[in-house]
Design a protein around this ligand. Sequence first.
Ligand SMILES: NC(=O)c1ccc[n+]([C@@H]2O[C@H](COP(=O)([O-])OP(=O)(O)OC[C@H]3O[C@@H](n4cnc5c(N)ncnc54)[C@H](O)[C@@H]3O)[C@@H](O)[C@H]2O)c1
Length: 324
Amino acid sequence: MAVLVTGAAGFIGFHTSLALLDRGERVIGVDDLNDYYDVTLKEARLAALKAKDAFVFERADIAGRAHMEALVGRHPDITGVVHLAAQAGVRHSLVDPYVYLRTNVEGHVVVLEACRRLERLEHLVYASSSSVYGLNTKLPFSTRDRVDAPASLYGATKKSMEAISHAYGHLFEMPLTGLRFFTVYGPWGRPDMAAFIFTRKILAGEPIPVFNHGDMRRDFTYIDDIVAGVLACLDRPPADGAARARVYNIGNHRAEPLLRFISVLEEALGQKAEIELLPMQPGDVKETFADIADTRRDFGFAPTTTIDEGIPRFVAWYREYYRV
Ligand SMILES: NC(=O)c1ccc[n+]([C@@H]2O[C@H](COP(=O)([O-])OP(=O)(O)OC[C@H]3O[C@@H](n4cnc5c(N)ncnc54)[C@H](O)[C@@H]3O)[C@@H](O)[C@H]2O)c1
């Protein structure tokens, strides 16, 4: 028995793989190690995974049909799939739209096509995003709300992944679950995200860009809570006869003002930030806030980490990793 984790060298894929290995699973990690951000960070995560005997790494592009089919053919013992490989980042989708289509939409179909041939597949869990809520204004965001107004191509590709999954669940009776993650942060995080960018700039004495003049709220979710949610979900595939293509929110259920997030970061760093107030960025949304009642009911999901606890842990990792 093995679990396939796509995007294993990525932020969430790394932590998810570690947690699976720690509970005794064999993990087959896939990643193409692309240079969207610092490849040495991806390699450092991968080195930690490769230190574990039960980890197998397969370097592959998930949108490469022949590679993915061959890979799945080599590992017929895969029973679970955690599909996290994606072109992430809202803002970059305005710069290079095509990579989002190729990895997030075409790649998702390739992963589904390869995995539907797995005879022992029990559950495929994939990453969606809070970005599917786009311009919705009703808070908290609920999976019962319609999501017809994406604010970015990234959000639109994640919504497409959900629609495609529904079709595959319906056609091939594949047990699929999409998880809409809300702004994930923590050690080994992504360099294009706020915690990372702000930390680097504050330590360098550079001003930090704060969009919409600071009038933003985010449901910041600590990585350990995300991983607990992913594993709890993976362990509970949809029951026979139940909807085979479900979606759930995985958020912290706390909408934190961005300026409070910054002040907690300043405190953890022991340094004040120079704030550059800027207008709203295209593609961005003002507020995210997850309704997690269904996730709590069905998976016992109960996030516990506040930003007051999580940010100091991120800062401690950052200082140690970058020796600053
Ligand atoms: N981090 C967040 O706040 C957040 C929020 C919502 C959704 N998500 C989703 O969660 C998933 C994981 O995000 P993350 O923050 O760990 O991002 P990440 O960029 O750190 O991880 C993604 C990994 O996928 C790999 N990858 C990208 N394209 C690939 C391809 N074509 N073939 C093989 N590998 C490829 C990358 O090299 C990277 O290591 C993504 O699907 C993302 O859209 C993340």
